[in-house]
Design a protein around this ligand. Sequence first.
Ligand code: TYD
Length: 205
Amino acid sequence: MSEVRNNEEENGLLISIEGIDGAGKTTQAIRLKKALEERGLPAVYTAEPTYSRVGALIRALSLIEEPAVDGVVEALLFAADRRIHVNEEIVPKLKQGCVVVTDRYVHSSLAYQGARGVELSWIRSINYFAPKPHLAIYIDVEPSQGLSRIGGGKTVFEKLSFLERVREIYLALVDQGELVLVEGNRDEERVHHDIMGLVEPLVSR
Ligand code: TYD
């Protein structure tokens, strides 16, 4: 069982945008999708957790103040939601030749469930079905900045010390070359400019 599916048969491009809560990834992912469309490229914005039934269950659990389930159960739920996302949205769009911009993907499970103590290699193995992104971007902000942007934190996922651990894992993945870091503590325009600089070489092939 290979960890990532070979996606050479698909013509599209998969770009994931990662970051802690309040990093600005949703804003940037939507801007990126629009910028690609303005160039005449078919592009879609999509996000995890999804609006599938599993996604709805995840959202319901995350509204509970204390962790309702342990990290392993969380990882399984996010992987189940991702399986639906990959099969019903990501792969069909890649096959149509679209640029798929996903707001969170496998690296969110590594960072968040990893921060809850779940072994990273096991998280990778239960996500074996997920096509590897052509480009995975990590927008870096300090957890205190992220939390102040979103008004203090609204779910169990958004506590400061927890987000510090999440960030450490993201930064380790940057060091390993899996994610490309974009400095997020700047105005929106500059962050977008840097992201376009990373995407440009891929779309002008
Ligand atoms: P978020 O991007 O904040 O969604 P929304 O903008 O709809 O609130 O994601 C919700 C939370 O889910 C976020 O705190 C991170 C967490 N999460 C994981 O813990 N693991 C995962 O695999 C994913 C995709 C998200």
